[in-house]
Ligand binder design. Structure first.
Ligand SMILES: Nc1ncnc2c1ncn2[C@@H]1O[C@H](COP(=O)(O)OP(=O)(O)OP(=O)(O)O)[C@@H](O)[C@H]1O
Length: 335
């Protein structure tokens, strides 16, 4: 089976204007500008099969949005190739446009001052969706996302969560086969995040569409993605199952302990970092390779009522993985 998304050695460089400190430097650089290049994406390759939902993860500035923009044909690559549904995205063929959608959590595609239903009708016209199909899909999507009563209200009056749900509807009305989601739950409260996650899960399973999702919320990733591609500084660091990712990058585990006498021993920190003590349960962060040795020693040494070993939360695994890669921001971007 050929891949629905096939990316081969794709690269994107941006030209950035180098800014110098001080008035004299600013004036002289008005006449002689200095540029440098940023490798936003460096020769990445991956394939995604039809019906997969893949988390595309990485720290700020890793190259996620750039990759999604390339795959949506919004920008041209500097090197390499890609096809989505057999189309080269940056050729911007109509047949491709009709079959994918890009939703960016930080950008609106809906008209701010108009009710969402007006934007939906515009989409219907652009994508030439027949009236009966459009009405049926709109009815289905607005019920699933529980926003039926809001589609006549100007978008600017909606809450962030309601607006995001409208954005999703707009992106799905023409029944795309591939959906790129860039931070779809950014800024949403926990309840709205969960609603969006549940909708995406249901919709993706029902329609078997292919989804590439970037998110900094690990709850989104845990709820939706079996496979994750991790990108950092424009390069792919991991492509595989979420559980393999945790196994590979999580250097620590957490041991939760409850002592029979309810007391926390004073010397517990000699085994690892004491993360918390809550309702008589002590959580100890220990090196993964030491877990069995530490468990044996603890059981031997103390009278223990209950003991369990957990993986660290995904957020912590990521923070550990990417912590050392932050760069100071000294350059100003130009498009
Ligand atoms: N238009 C642009 N001009 C110059 N540099 C850019 C431009 N867009 C992105 N970059 C740079 O390319 C790199 C990758 O940016 P990108 O937006 O793809 O990262 P990201 O992984 O989506 O980050 P985030 O999680 O913060 O959204 C960054 O160093 C960024 O500063």
């Amino acid at each position: 089976m050929s891949a629905i998304i096939d990316v081969s050695q794709l690269g994107k460089q941006y030209r950035v204007y180098r800014k110098h400190e001080g008035l004299w430097a600013s004036v002289s650089h008005l006449f002689k500008r200095e540029y440098s290049t940023v490798d936003a994406v460096k020769s990445i390759s991956f394939q995604i099969q039809e019906g997969e939902i893949v988390g595309f993860l990485g720290p700020n500035g890793a190259g996620k949005t750039t990759t999604l923009k390339l795959l949506s044909g919004l920008i041209f690559p500097s090197s390499g190739t890609a096809t989505v549904l057999g189309h080269v995205p940056w050729k911007r063929e109509n047949a491709y446009r009709r079959n994918f959608s890009l939703v960016m959590g930080q950008k609106n595609q809906l008209w701010w001052d108009l009710p969402a239903q007006e934007s939906f009708r515009l989409h219907q016209a652009i994508y030439k969706v027949p009236a009966d199909v459009f009405n049926r899909r709109l009815d289905e999507l607005t019920s699933l996302l529980e926003v039926k009563r809001l589609i006549g209200q100007p978008v600017r009056e909606l809450s962030l969560g309601e607006r995001m749900r409208m954005e999703l509807i707009a992106s799905l009305l023409h029944n795309p086969r591939v959906l790129f989601l860039d931070e779809p739950t950014i800024g949403l409260d926990v309840v709205s995040q969960k609603r969006v996650q549940e909708f995406l899960k249901y919709y993706q399973q029902e329609e078997r569409i292919t989804v590439v999702l970037t998110s900094h919320y690990m709850k989104d990733v845990e709820a939706l993605c079996k496979r994750v591609i991790i990108i950092d500084e424009g390069e792919i660091r991991h492509d595989g199952s979420l559980s393999d990712m945790v196994d590979r990058f999580s250097l620590h585990k957490v041991i939760a302990l409850q002592f029979s006498d309810g007391e926390i021993p004073e010397d517990l920190e000699r085994f690892g970092e004491l993360l918390s003590v809550d309702l008589g349960v002590a959580k100890l962060k220990v090196e993964r390779e030491q877990v069995s040795h530490i468990l044996a020693t603890l059981l031997d040494r103390y009278d223990i009522h209950d003991i369990t070993v957990h993986d660290r939360p995904l957020e912590d695994v990521f923070a550990e993985l990417f912590d050392s890669h932050r760069k100071p921001e000294t350059e100003e971007a130009v498009v």
